[in-house]
Design a protein around this ligand. Structure first.
Ligand SMILES: [Zn+2]
Length: 475
């Protein structure tokens, strides 16, 4: 921006009636400069572009995840930080295609296969992805009748009627929820625990409708968890169009069978890493403010929104401070957590290391809701103490965000920073607009094309601004 226009805009912001008494002009100007630099000089988008197009999906334990560790560390090495290092952790190694089981089946397919068999001549194949951590059927497929249910309650009512059958959870995400994460939260137990619930009644496998409001042909994978390790049955996600189709077919041909073959498998754990970079604090080097996202992603796509965006924004925050020559009072640290998607090993390891090293983790911010237009921040606030801290932060810091139209709310933060909860850390979630997140989430559509460079940069600037204020003013 032209120098004159820049000073004029600062003057306008500083003298507006809303912010006049509540903000310090020097901080207002610094924040504007963080935004200016993020929108003109940030490397967040080119980094994301490279990681998405040259490495791609980064399942825990995969070669791509290992490549992403090396890539992001080498990029952090270019931005002149005090310290860049790797933090080792063991992670699960689940694979979608276990090569030992590859074999052409009677439908001429070599991979996973879900086919509704109307009669010996008419088969309808449906789009699926195995759910992460699921066992596969192996080369030997399951062929069984399929029963559709909406909920665990309905499953319980059917009880032993599902024995020897495949259970199809066909519950759409509620489109009337304005925050799409609320609709996801309400629906997702079917994906996570559906196999365990159905196995209790003797079901052979489950099919789960994808967690998205959008009707399309892309299945969305995601984690599933076995509650009882002795009752493991396979689980797949079906696309939303596929779910509508399967539901129609079941009504029309209730006696027909579903052919179900999946080749996924869980292999032994492997060593992986969190990637860490930091600018040492000048006054309180042992007091840490962390910003992070998770480096692993699901495999069908590039993991651009989930959560390449959050990683690059977090690296971008440190890059902005380095470019501004900012000397923080507290240590500002960027952490790219490994294994958020199917285990959370990186988040747990990070919290253990903070304790082991005797550091004081004062604040942690996570960006794991995509790189969409920033809306604000969500602060974890427990009890009267939490409420009072939130009220004070809102009064002191929110006026700085009025020009950028951001809000503060009480709520959740992020799953990687969750293990820090016991250490009384102030936990904050970055909140971007949620309307399109589940169009891409865990599906093959989550590619670099799904990310807007400008929206991504605005998120970097928003997080850097909040960290600057927390570092300078305390909380
Ligand atoms: Zn994520």
């Amino acid at each position: 921006m032209h120098r004159f226009l820049f000073s004029l805009s600062i003057a306008l912001i500083a003298s507006s009636p809303i912010t006049a008494q509540k903000t310090n002009p020097e901080d207002v100007a610094f924040i504007k400069q963080l935004y200016n630099k993020a929108l003109t000089e940030s490397s967040a988008y080119p980094w994301l572009y490279d990681m998405c197009t040259k490495i791609g999906g980064r399942m825990s334990g995969s070669q791509q995840a290992a490549d992403a560790v090396i890539y992001t560390k080498s990029m952090l090495d270019t931005i002149h930080l005090s310290n860049v290092y790797l933090q080792s952790c063991m992670v699960p190694h689940w694979v979608r295609n276990n090569s030992k089981d590859k074999e052409v089946n009677e439908h001429g397919r070599t991979g996973d296969d879900l086919t509704f068999m109307i009669n010996s001549k008419t088969n309808i194949s449906l789009d699926i992805l195995s759910l992460g951590n699921s066992v596969g059927t192996g080369a030997k497929a399951i062929q069984a009748q399929v029963i559709e249910v909406d909920s665990f309650k309905q499953l319980e009512k059917l009880g032993s009627k599902v024995k020897g059958k495949i259970v199809f959870f066909n519950h759409p995400m509620d489109p009337t929820q304005i925050n799409t994460f609320s609709a996801y939260g309400e629906a997702v137990s079917r994906r996570v625990y559906g196999a365990s619930e159905a196995a209790k009644y003797g079901a052979l496998a489950v099919v789960v409708r994808s967690m998205t409001n959008k009707l399309d042909d892309y299945p969305h994978t995601g984690v599933m968890i076995y509650k009882d390790s002795s009752l493991k049955i396979p689980a797949v996600a079906i696309s939303t169009n596929g779910a509508e189709k399967l539901s129609e077919l079941i009504k029309k041909y209730p006696e027909s069978k579903l052919y179900y073959r999946t080749l996924c498998a869980m292999l032994p754990d492997v060593e992986s890493y969190n990637v860490v970079g930091e600018i040492k604090g000048s006054e309180f080097p042992n007091e840490i403010i962390t910003v992070g996202g998770h480096l692993d992603s699901w495999d069908p796509a590039q993991g651009a929104q989930d959560d390449g965006a959050g990683c690059m924004q977090s690296m971008g925050v440190l890059q902005l401070f380095a470019k501004m020559g900012y000397k923080p009072k507290h240590t500002i640290r960027c952490v790219l957590f490994m294994n958020e998607e199917n285990g959370g090993a990186g988040g747990r390891k990070y919290a253990q290391e903070v304790l082991r090293k005797g550091e004081k983790q004062i604040v942690a911010i996570e960006s794991d809701e995509g790189g969409f237009t920033p809306r604000g921040f969500s602060f974890e606030a427990e009890g009267a103490e939490g409420d009072a801290r939130f009220a004070s932060l809102e009064q002191k810091l929110l006026p700085y965000f009025e020009p950028y139209r951001l809000y503060f709310k009480k709520g959740g933060s992020g799953s990687d920073i969750g293990p820090l909860r016991d250490q009384k850390t102030l936990l904050i979630g970055f909140v971007p607009d949620s309307q399109r997140y589940f169009d891409y989430h865990h599906a093959s559509t989550d590619t670099i094309e799904a990310v807007s460079k400008r929206e991504l940069e605005l998120g970097t600037a928003a997080m850097a601004s909040l960290i600057y204020l927390l570092d300078k003013k305390g909380f």
